[in-house]
Design a protein. Structure first.
Length: 114
């Protein structure tokens, strides 16, 4: 019985470890108040519709300053981690243009508000 419990516990821990691996993605979104709001996340085999606040950090966990891109629609490639933390690959952030507002002229509704 003890062996069965240990085996189940080990399998659960292994499953959680696999779920927390970073995933290489391409994120398109708008910067609002210094925060990247995703519009589209391309995982390679599928695309996710946006509306999520993405925490853009460097490898040490420090927040990347996006204020130079305020109100701009940008594209970045990098690794997405659990908790919507994104570590961009070194390189150029592509600017696609200005962000649009919703038809009512308000900011977008967010799915995961802080």
């Amino acid at each position: 019985m003890k062996a069965i419990i240990l085996t189940i516990g080990f399998l659960l821990l292994a499953d959680m470890a696999l779920a927390s691996n970073p995933v290489h993605v391409k994120i398109t979104g708008c910067v609002q108040q210094g925060v990247l709001i995703s519009e589209r996340t391309d995982f390679g085999d599928h695309v996710s519709v946006g509306g999520y606040r993405i925490r853009v950090t460097d490898r040490r966990g420090y927040t990347v300053d996006l204020n130079d891109y305020e109100a701009k629609r940008i594209v970045m490639r990098g690794r997405l981690l659990p908790g919507d933390r994104f570590i961009p690959d070194p390189g150029v952030i592509q600017i696609l243009g200005d962000c649009g507002l919703t038809p009512e002229g308000r900011q977008r509704n967010l799915k995961n508000k802080w």
